[in-house]
Design a protein around this ligand. Structure first.
Ligand SMILES: C[S@@+](CC[C@H](N)C(=O)[O-])C[C@H]1O[C@@H](n2cnc3c(N)ncnc32)[C@H](O)[C@@H]1O
Length: 278
């Protein structure tokens, strides 16, 4: 381990690939190190379209979050597992997309990777990122730095883009979110899938993350749909390739052929504190 301790229990370590920096390498950002580029190269060797699919995923997150804010009139967004917001990526962040449709919306970003936090604190990222682990939602909703930034009695759009495939028990995360979020809250979720993807490619990409700080777990579309069991799916489009969500034609004409990341938007049903039924 090298570097300065930034968050409880985790130090900066550039020798081990991290999901955030490997994704940054796939997006052709500048915040990846040799270990991350090596992992990204292994992913691309198995799935030559991985960089394009990563870009489609990045755009899905912003597009779907902005849509949800505008459609449901929600004024606050928690982007959990935000990743490195590196200007070299050249794509608008979730925050930028949301502010385009709702200037007074609050967007709070969280991540558990110390490099993501260090990058944000250096001022090189656009926006502020707080330490938060999606598997321990006290670190998100109970985050002392959060202050009054999010009103927990009001609906929230929660963005979980390409983060749950780094989590061993995503159903537990969704159940906990369901307990904590006000009715009418919305989840924007994307996830790498085994469905319609060659097993050898899934195996190879999984192996690329073997030495990373978190391993990747591809899941079937059925398993991903199961995560929002009891939520109201926004359909159409339902669960689909991220390049297709909310667009009449696939974005840039590209849909993953070698690796598929699928996305959905779902609403937590029920009556909220303001008496509005969903
Ligand atoms: C593939 S990147 C996705 C970034 C961004 N959400 C997007 O879709 O463009 C996955 C991100 O999730 C973060 N992450 C992984 N496990 C996490 C956890 N348990 N809690 C919070 N963030 C996590 C990683 O550090 C990384 O920044």
């Amino acid at each position: 381990m090298t570097g300065q301790e930034l968050t409880p229990g985790r130090a900066l370590d550039f020798t081990q690939a991290s999901p955030a920096r490997t994704y940054n390498a796939l997006l052709k950002g500048r915040t990846a190190y040799a270990s991350d580029r090596e992992a990204a190269d292994k992913v691309i060797a198995m799935a030559p379209d991985a960089g394009q699919v990563a870009r489609e995923n990045f755009q899905f997150a912003g597009r779907a979050a902005a849509w949800a804010v505008a459609e449901f009139g929600i004024g606050q967004v928690a982007d959990i597992g935000v990743g490195v917001l590196d200007a070299d990526i050249g794509l608008p962040s979730v925050e930028e997309c949301v502010l385009r449709v709702a200037l007074d919306a609050r967007v709070v970003a969280f991540d558990n990777d110390p490099v993501v936090l260090a990058h944000a604190r250096s001022g090189r990222s656009y926006g502020r990122v707080l330490h938060g682990d999606v598997t321990d939602l006290d670190t998100v909703f109970g985050n002392l730095e959060l202050g009054e930034a999010l009103d927990r009695s009001a609906p929230t759009v929660v963005v979980l883009a390409a983060v749950l495939h780094f989590v061993a028990d995503p159903a537990a995360v969704m159940a906990e979110l369901g307990r904590r979020l006000a009715p009418g809250s919305v989840v924007v979720l994307s996830h790498a899938t085994t469905t319609d993807t060659e097993t050898r490619r899934v195996d190879g990409m999984t192996k690329a993350y073997d030495k990373a700080t978190s391993r990747i777990r591809f899941r079937s579309e059925e398993e991903i749909l199961g995560l929002v069991d009891g939520w109201d799916m926004v359909a159409p489009p339902g669960l689909c390739d991220v390049a297709e969500w909310g667009l009449p034609e696939p974005h840039d004409g590209q849909v993953g052929e070698h690796v598929r990341v699928v996305g959905l938007v779902a609403v937590r049903p029920g009556r909220n504190d303001r008496g509005r039924e969903r």
